[in-house]
Structures are given as structure tokens and as C-alpha cells.
Write a protein that binds this ligand. Sequence first.
Ligand SMILES: CC(C)(COP(=O)(O)OP(=O)(O)OC[C@H]1O[C@@H](n2cnc3c(N)ncnc32)[C@H](O)[C@@H]1OP(=O)(O)O)[C@@H](O)C(=O)NCCC(=O)NCCS
Length: 183
Amino acid sequence: MTVSITPASPADAPELAALAALTFPLACPPQVSAADSAAFVAKHLSETAFGQYLADDSKQILAARQDGSLIGYALLVFAAASDAEVSDALQQLPAPAAELSKCYVHPAAHGAGAAAALMQAAVDTAAASGYRTLWLGVNDLNLRAQAFYRKSGFSEIGRRNFTVGGHVFRDFILALSLSPDNG
Ligand SMILES: CC(C)(COP(=O)(O)OP(=O)(O)OC[C@H]1O[C@@H](n2cnc3c(N)ncnc32)[C@H](O)[C@@H]1OP(=O)(O)O)[C@@H](O)C(=O)NCCC(=O)NCCS
């Protein structure tokens, strides 16, 4: 599989929103209803929301494409964590820390290396921007994503709340130390 990873541009917002609507439900545990998932997508993963992420200097979206079609995306956040549990957990790791806020690949491309290419680009981008740690949150029932993150070098540093619909989930916080070699 030949995958290209490039920074997304505002013109990519419609395609990003379409892929996000397809892939967000895959990350949700069974307690999240289709209506709750759709409401989350409408609020946080719409074309408008992606337009705002793309216009935000503290965020960067990486787009994975195969034969021109978007098959995955990652959203990096270059800002101090606002969640106190995350900030506390990050104390044990080198600063500054960037967040891998989203990492989603089309199901037809799972297991084929696209996610690894996206992760490598995210690590390279964060390291090249001077960040020394990359962290993320993942639901405790999302075993495939956890396996992917662990084989990418992440390990657990704590837990934090993540709300979808009326449910508050205790996500794992995973982190990876970035060496200058990562960039
Ligand atoms: C998370 C994601 C980007 C990873 O990409 P991927 O292509 O699926 O990743 P890989 O196949 O390289 O790695 C997944 C690993 O989990 C393993 N796995 C699959 N199902 C599993 C399960 N139920 N339990 C444990 N491990 C599992 C796979 O075998 C693979 O390990 P291996 O390479 O040692 O065989 C992709 O699965 C995805 O987009 N998922 C839906 C959205 C999502 O959950 N995003 C993350 C939100 S935090």
C-alpha cells in the first residue's frame, strides 16, 4: 500500500468530515448510542469544526491519502493540556508535550500500514516542532487502538475523563517520549 501523508489544508475539510463521521463510531464503546455518536460528530467533527481546526495555529491535521483518496487523518494539538489529570500525569515525562488528539483510518485500510505511516508523520512533526512527549487518550474498550498505540511505543501514564453523550468514560492516557531522532 502506497500512502502519502501531508498536512491538510482548508480544502480538505469536507473530506475530513466525511471520514470522521465514518470512523468516529468505530472508536466508541457499546454504551454510546448511534444518536450520541452522531451528536458528537455534528458538534466536534463537522466540516465547520474541521475548518476551525485547520485555521487554528495551535493545531495541525495530517492527511493520509492512497491514490488521491483520504484514508486517514491525525490531529495534533500543540498546547498545554487543559485537563488537570492529564497535566499531572505528564509531570513524569519530558516537557513540552503535544497531544495526538485524533488518529483515525478508514476501516478498509486497517492492518495495512497506513496508521503506522500516519503515526510516524505525527511523531516526526511533533519532534521537529520541539516537543519531547506525545500523549493521547483512548477508551479502555478500544483494544485495537490500544494495541496499535502500544506497538507504536506508547505506554500508560494515567486516566482521564472523556464525555460522549451522557457517559463519562475513564480513558487511558498513553504517552511516548520523543527523542531528537524521532524528528
Ligand atoms: C486505531 C487505528 C488508527 C489503528 O490502525 P490499524 O491499521 O487498525 O492498526 P494496526 O492493524 O497496525 O494495529 C492494530 C493491532 O491491534 C491488533 N488487534 C486487532 N483487534 C484487536 C483486538 N480486538 N484486541 C487486541 N488487539 C487487536 C491487530 O492485530 C494489530 O496488531 P498486530 O499488528 O500486532 O497484529 C485504526 O484501527 C482505527 O482507525 N480505528 C478506528 C478509530 C479509532 O479507534 N481511533 C483511535 C481513537 S483513540
